[in-house]
Ligand binder design. Sequence first.
Ligand code: IVH
Length: 712
Amino acid sequence: MGTKSEVMQPNLFENNPDETGAESSSNSPQFPAVSSSKVQRRLKELKQAIRRHDDLYYVQSRPKISDANYDELFRELQALENQYPDLATPDSPTQRVGGAPLAQFSKVTHEFPLLSLDSEMDEESVLAFDQRVRRELELNQPGYSAEPKYDGLSVALTYDNGIFVRGATRGNGTIGEDVTHNLRTIRTLPLQLRQGVTYPPHLVVRGEVFMRLPDFHTLNRRLTEQGEEPFANPRNASSGTLRQLDPAITSTRPLTITCYDFMSSGVERPSTHFEAVTYLDSWGLPIPQFRRHCPSIQEALEFHREMLEQRDVLPFEIDGIVIKIDRFDWRTALGEKSRSPRWAIAFKFPPRKELTKVQAIAMSVGRTGALTPIALLDPVEIGGVTVSRASLHNAEEVARKDVRVGDTVKVERAGDVIPDVVERVPVPGEERGTPFRPPTTCPVCQSHTIQEGPILYCTGQTVCSAQLKGSLEHFASKGALNIEGLGKKTVAQLVDKGLVKNLSDLYMLGVDDLLQLEGFAKKSATQLLGEIEKSKNVPFARILIGLGIRHVGTHIAKVLAKKFVSLDNLMRATEEELLQIRDIGPEIAASVTHFFQESRNLKVWQHMESLGVRVQQEATVLMPHAQPLTGKIFVLTGTLKGYPRQEAKRRIEELGGRVTSHVSKQTDYLVAGEDPGSKYDSATALGVPILDEHEFSLFMHSGNLLSSSSDE
Ligand code: IVH
């Protein structure tokens, strides 16, 4: 069903913009003409190569070069642009990431209104639509184009002379928000249209921004590890990301886009929608992976059935299909209503909902002490997944929906992480249990509960083993102290055996303690203690995340660390001082000061300090010149068990180093995992120091080079 083979070279448009147009006007007067033109030539080569490889990788899914080679091109371009800032252009691939956070989005009035669609839920209504269309057009078979209806956010993209200049959300269809800087971070979105084909000089493309399911799950895992709230479903993740004011955050959240229409003024369009989408494809824009030309409505209904079958195995969410009259002249004849066209409809899929019975309502206790009611259900299959638990969110929700044990309920799975109880379904004659009563004591530690807004909290804090377990897991997680080997199972045993009663007790553990735990032998115990020992030297932001202060996730932790430099300073900060900082609102300010006013928290921290935990002050971590690896070049080879390649690379770069793909005399270190390749031999031959994984890992934690390896 792919359309890649149908790429054609549209010739309807007269212009053929000069490839160098964007660059020629920005010639820098500061540099001698010869070197400047050489640099310009190289910049152009690099940009073209990167664009081509982006297209091959992200749009066509057939990469031609390795990630490492791509990174090298990218880095060279970045370096040149840093050196010659006047030659940097907005369409450069480096512009996908970066830019300062915005205070707010500016409003954009759409050049062409972004209409919505009428929805139909059953074949009968779709047949009625077809009948109306045929009657009004006085035709037997008008011909349709059908595409999946992507469950994302509608955007309008503007390309001037082939350069992406602006992108806006749909908003109310007339006025949207300018999200250009965030759209630039989307790898599948070309910043410049493919060269060598012709396109309208002014082009407005309509598309849908969405997040693929594997990316969504990875993002949520990462957010959870970093102690942040995961998104409920891919759509929320896309909208939260697209409307994120800091493009640096957006660029870490992989969005994608598909384009399904274009509008342009003053130029001729092809005569059908199907052809128009083929044009988009030929310009290098990503188009719907599936689409079908349907001579009659019957083929569109068939397409709906096929897509419905595929829905649960597709790596992205679709919620129906869109059926559109294919010929533009017939669209014009049918016209539009105020908000939706008369020539297209959305034929939606039935929602993924099933009926089942509530066996019990359990309370789950999270790290912050929040009690969440969970409905335990008679297992039921929804969209290919067996569901036996569903969230009831909070006690207010349970009361509002009046869900009781024994009730029949409607459960929905909308790409969400945890299915939702939508509503109770009254069954005539069914005997009902007693209304749900929020517990006055915590089911785990029996401490009193308190209500804060709609959420019920356990007051037990570290007395509550559920909270303690959650806090320890969070403390050890990747985004915080990153203590390898201290996962859920070990944490549960440490708490249940009474070996750890608060976070600082972790640093008191000895081999004999760990030997009491199931699955631990001398070697594994020593290994875990080694990891705990390593975590004693910790960047400020990470300990802030690890302490689990409410509302302090990765971003806020970084902001605080940068501003206060040391934990001592932060402990002394007043609410007023905190409120002076741009990203800190009253809730966060109160939460931070309350945390440090609580003597129990101070004691835990003082205990940690007395056991040797040392915070690396932010200045030494973030100041570019003080970074321990500035200027150091690393090459990676073999498999690193504890560090996936990308992670190792990220850590090195965080510390100011660089990773390249080939060993040369310039290489400072080769990091060799298991089964190293020929790079190992090259490094030995050239006398490049080699770090094994253990040394590398120690080094990454301490930020200091081991004397043994640096002496090699
Ligand atoms: S065409 C005037 N095609 O669905 C017709 N829309 O409920 C414009 N959508 O706001 C829309 N996939 O955000 C069209 N292949 C597709 C689509 C699609 C998703 C969204 C779009 C629109 C909403 C209408």
